[in-house]
Design a protein around this ligand. Structure first.
Ligand SMILES: [Zn+2]
Length: 215
């Protein structure tokens, strides 16, 4: 199946969370992971299973429902944890299934504070919205990306950016779909915390109640 490994979103604003080196001799600042920013990491880091815990599933479903309502789109979204890629906040892949059938897999890095997990999902779900609404699409041959109907970058060029993300992360972040996703992550965070979808999570899971009380 044709696909583009896309939207590999790296931690962008290092100042917002404490940085944790992946290993001590690694002086390469790019290979930092988001630190867990609060005391909310009960149980986190102890398990590498990609299966979402009940509170993670509830939270991801609420964010997905919020984004669908906010942007008026429908899609089938499966959210997964991807703890093995610590320098990513999240990623999704553009496949024929996502483009034609609007079925998506969204990964997020669980090694973040819940604030950053929510922002990461808002970011990735903005990409889902862009694809569903036809704002961001591959061309028919999957050799270029179209933004707002116009060819914006070839996949060859795009892959060059991804390959050299350490030096190219500013170029990556300035891609128009990335700018929109980053703005959304920032601007919609408080909107989500004021939403009925967030409020509806109350009382459904004790871990989630704790997160909600402490976020
Ligand atoms: Zn992105």
């Amino acid at each position: 199946m044709k696909h583009i490994p896309i939207f590999q979103d790296f931690a962008a604003k290092m100042s917002e969370a404490k940085k944790v080196m992946i290993n001590k001799d690694d002086s390469d600042e790019w290979r930092v992971a988001w630190g867990v920013g609060s005391n909310l990491d009960l149980g986190m880091g102890s398990s590498s299973t990609p299966k979402l815990k009940p509170h993670e599933l509830l939270l991801s479903e609420a964010i997905t429902a919020f984004m669908k309502k906010y942007h008026h789109f429908t899609a089938q979204v499966t959210v997964q944890k991807n703890p093995s890629r610590k320098n990513l906040i999240g990623d999704i892949t553009l496949t024929e299934t996502s483009v034609k059938k609007h079925r998506f897999r969204v990964n997020y890095n669980p090694d973040q504070s819940y604030t950053h997990i929510i922002k990461s999902l808002l970011h990735e779900l903005t990409h889902v919205k862009q694809v569903v609404k036809g704002e961001l699409l591959p061309n028919a041959e999957y050799t270029a990306l179209l933004w707002q109907g116009k060819e914006f970058i070839s996949i060859q060029e795009y892959n060059k950016i991804l390959k050299n993300i350490k030096n190219q992360h500013l170029v990556y972040r300035n891609l128009p779909w990335e700018q929109e996703a980053e703005t959304a992550a920032h601007d919609l965070y408080e909107v989500f915390l004021s939403s009925p979808e967030w409020a509806s999570l109350r009382g459904r899971d004790t871990t989630l109640d704790f997160i909600m009380d402490n976020i």
